[in-house]
Ligand binder design. Structure first.
Ligand SMILES: *[C@@H]1O[C@H](CO)[C@@H](O)[C@H](O)[C@H]1NC(C)=O
Length: 312
């Protein structure tokens, strides 16, 4: 009888633990600012799900910040640049502004052009889907690096190139000094269906890459360059945590990445892999602390079960 009660207690506590783990965190996002100035990340959660908080914050040069995503979270991240507060306390940004007038975007999205990192956690088949998109234009180099996950294309993605310098004149957004601060998509610049994949061009068969989207694709082969660029731009992981890096630094490493040969490997510098131990010194500590808190929980659960039986 005691044995049975013990087994039941452990079972119940294990089930509770499973749900608590799931509800607390299905993934962590670590935001890292490697730019030479402050970036103000913005976060927009998809409609109808528990939002990820805060919805906007400042990330100083060299700083990083960890957020725990609610389970099955989905939404997008972007970086705002050239932000300031006016004399009335109204906050606004030169690029990626969300129009809230505050540091937090509170449900508002980025004004294009802005580089976006898009996520759907625990999607089809329990996989996380993610991508970096230039469909709404570009304002900053961004990289997403999964850690601890599994899957055939569970690997980094992003747009590491500086497209502000390389932006064609027709798409370029400049500040008052004439410096390029962002690069529009052709859809935004010209508003034509052929570029926006709308109207008669609203299917994967009819909407083809344009000379403009190809420019983006050449510079950033892993990023979405137009609406139907899914095949080469959607990545999937099972059970990963993610680092979102603004202005990822180029490395001198010549090591190519398994099975994912792209023009990037020759042209722009290769980016650090997760196991390079360079950018991700904090990751092991993070995983270890997660594992140890899980172990603590199990020990407490077993102790509670034993005490329950002992008190009978
Ligand atoms: C990753 O895998 C998904 C699902 O199999 C596939 O749709 C996508 O095209 C793959 N992405 C890349 C970049 O290979």
């Amino acid at each position: 009888m005691a044995k049975l009660l013990l087994s039941i207690s452990i079972l119940i506590l294990s089930i509770a633990q499973f749900f608590i783990q799931g509800a607390i965190s299905s993934a962590t996002f670590t935001f890292v600012n490697k730019c030479d100035r402050t970036v103000w990340p913005g976060i927009l959660s998809n409609a109808g799900i528990a939002p990820l908080q805060p919805t906007g914050f400042a990330l100083q040069k060299g700083e990083s910040k960890v957020l725990n995503a609610p389970s099955s979270w989905g939404g997008r991240f972007w970086g705002r640049t050239h932000c300031s507060e006016d004399s009335n306390g109204k906050f606004s940004c030169g690029t990626g502004d969300c129009g809230s007038g505050k540091m937090e975007c509170a449900g508002a999205g980025a004004t294009p052009p802005a580089t976006l990192a898009e996520f759907t956690l625990d999607g089809d088949g329990g996989m996380d889907f993610f991508d970096v998109s230039l469909v709404d234009g570009y304002n900053l180099p961004m990289m997403v690096t999964p850690s601890g996950g599994s899957g055939r294309n569970c690997t980094y993605t992003g747009c590491m190139a500086d497209l502000n310098g390389a932006c064609p004149a027709a798409l370029k957004v400049m500040n008052s000094d004439g410096d390029g601060v962002a690069c529009k998509s052709a859809c935004e610049a010209f508003g034509e269906q052929e570029y926006c994949c709308s109207g008669a061009y609203g299917t994967p068969d009819t909407c083809k890459p344009s000379s403009y989207s190809l420019l983006f694709k050449t510079a950033c082969p892993r990023a979405y360059s137009y609406a139907y660029d899914d095949k080469t731009s959607t990545f999937t992981c099972n059970g990963a945590d993610y680092q979102v890096t603004f202005c990822p630094p180029p490395t001198t490493s010549k090591k190519s990445t398994e099975g994912q040969e792209t023009p990037e490997a020759q042209g722009t510098p290769s980016v650090p892999q997760f196991d390079s131990g360079m950018v991700f010194e904090g990751a092991n500590a993070m995983e270890n602390s997660e594992a140890s808190s899980r172990n603590t929980y199990i020990h407490v659960a077993i102790m509670a079960a034993v005490m329950t039986v002992a008190s009978l």
